[in-house]
Design a binder for this molecule. Structure first.
Ligand code: MN3
Length: 244
């Protein structure tokens, strides 16, 4: 299918919940989006849907961003519509204390807030010609895993082993890099939930919606392809922030 440039359209569209409500793409050029209503907003996709071809196909990217990510965002905002204090928190704060939230919203925030946050990271961790780890990040990978190839092998195995839907992660915990995974939309920043709590520096979505159109049931092929589009500059930035 043709790839269309989306940056400008999305700049206009995602500035409001209207995007999450399903009107993405129906607004005409130059028309102003409604004022933000204080909820969580979709981040801009930093590249076109087709930019990660042939590793991630344009149709998957479009559905993943416009439908799945939009739905998590919309559902998170709906769940919190009667909780202005929670809606005003940073997503990281909200998720870190998800186990202490009112029971009426706890599950919705865990699922949809996790989906909102995890995907926001995931979009930023990819780009065409992603490069390779540099500087202190490269050193930390060598220290923790023996080298980049060893780290990729261990991370890929963790991602492949997720039963059903979930995520694989490289996180910083106590100043060191570790590999972990989470089921569903759980995130390593969720205290009392994540098996390994830490600050994410690399995230891989292994829900079938992330790869099924192109790779069908072959998750391992998707994982192997994905390394070609990892944005190591973003990983390095997140690593430095996590240490800071
Ligand atoms: Mn997904």
């Amino acid at each position: 299918m043709p790839t269309q440039p989306i940056s400008r359209r999305h700049f206009l569209a995602v500035t409001s919940l209207a995007a999450a409500a399903g009107v993405l793409g129906t607004r005409s050029r130059g028309e102003k989006a409604p004022e933000p209503s204080g909820g969580f907003e979709m981040i801009l996709l930093p590249y076109d849907y087709g930019a990660l071809e042939p590793y991630i196909d344009a149709q998957t990217m479009q559905l993943h961003y416009d439908k799945h990510y939009a739905a998590y965002t919309k559902n998170l905002n709906e769940a919190l519509k009667d909780y202005p204090d929670l809606r005003g928190l940073k997503i990281e704060e909200l998720l870190s204390r998800v186990e202490t939230l009112p029971e009426a919203v706890r599950r919705a925030v865990r699922n949809n807030g996790g989906g909102y946050y995890n995907h926001g990271l995931f979009w930023q961790m990819m780009k065409p010609q992603g490069g390779s780890p540099q500087g202190a990040l490269a050193g930390a990978i060598k220290t923790a895993f023996g080298g980049l190839e060893e780290m990729k092998k261990a991370f890929s195995a963790k991602a492949a082993a997720v039963f059903g839907s979930g995520w694989a992660w490289l996180v910083v915990r106590d100043g060191r890099l570790e590999i972990t995974s989470t089921p569903n939309q759980d995130s390593p920043i969720m205290k009392g939930i994540a098996e390994v709590e830490g600050k994410p520096v690399l995230a891989l979505d292994v829900w079938e919606h992330a790869y099924y159109l192109k790779y069908k049931n072959e998750r391992a092929k998707y994982i192997a392809s994905w390394w070609n589009v990892v944005d190591w500059d973003t990983v390095k930035k997140l690593y430095e922030e996590a240490l800071g």
